[in-house]
Design a protein around this ligand. Sequence first.
Ligand code: PMP
Length: 400
Amino acid sequence: MNRTDFPILNEQVYNRPLVYLDNAATTQKPQAVLNAIIEGYTHWNANIHRGVHHLSQVATQHHEAARQRVADFLGAQSANEIIFTKGATDSINMLAFSFGEAYIHEGDEIIISQMEHHSNIVPWQMLCERKKAILKVIPLNDDLSLNIDAFQALISPKTKLVSVTHVSNVLGIINPVEQIIRIAHSHNIPVCIDGAQSAPHLPINVQQLDCDFFVCSAHKMYGPTGLGILYGKELLLNNLPPAEGGGEMIEHVRFEHTTYNTLPYKFEAGTPNFIGSYAFAAALDYIDSIGMTTIQQHEAELTSYAEQRLKEIPNIRIYAQGLTKAGVISFNVGTIHPFDIGTLLDHMGIAVRTGHHCAEPLIDYLQVPGTIRASFGLYNDKADIDTFIAALHKAVDMLS
Ligand code: PMP
């Protein structure tokens, strides 16, 4: 599907055609996104919001139009709810700091899960250390899905926030976030959804989800690196203090006292990535030109085809086998080290990820040194998977 829109897919690796199956780490960029970056720097690059001159006004209009584009894409009520950040990690750090300053005190509790990316663990851990709060962890069922009964049992009058991933970057499992949000809200607890791995694969509507906060990264959605989104309900964001100080986020600065800007600027200290936001809007236009539902179906077919074909490999262990996944499969073969398989696959032109995938607590839980992860994007096809499986057979034969 639409391979020719992605120039990098014509690259050769070790004289072999590139088969790119590391989309959970980052996606490749369509020509439309590359064009947007070149167009911005070629025609209207100027710092935004503070210039009276023409270029500054054009740049400002593009940046604010991109904010509205993201709001529409995520189903937010208002563009004021869209904060541009450096990435999903930055979004969670900002939220952890700001929410922590406002609401977290000694003995309070924050709930995350066993399958979180380090980005949705460490910022909360740092907050807990700062405030002497307690981090609680939703355990997994035997099939590696989240244990929702255990989640309910973890909730206490001290619980101040729940932050869970929508889709696991290791297992590909789609978590029942609607149910988690409903349960948390019945106790008046706000929920942050880490959408870094869901926004590239599933249609997202934050109002339907009713999540309080949602984060994602542009580079995993066919957009540029260095740009992320922190969505928050307007009322909640209005009540939070800024996470960083500097230009843009202020109303007036005096040495005695500074007053802060309104949303969304209160959370955007310094010059924002306005070329990135323009390119991200182009990525969202590109996604919508195909249709998120079409992408979801295509990737679901690829994922189940890959899972089916992986079963051919002797001694394979596919994690969370049979559960509904969003474009990600993790596995191990016998006792072969994942790194060895990844290296041999690389020499055959196949890019997969091996290791702990920035989710060490989950990998420890699986009691393995790491996994091999194949992750799919809209441009992958069955031929990619056939090439990958043939190469995997060879690698396993060589290492057995
Ligand atoms: N959460 C999840 C589930 C992820 O997969 C990632 C990226 N691997 C992140 C957060 C962090 O995203 P970024 O590195 O773009 O900040």
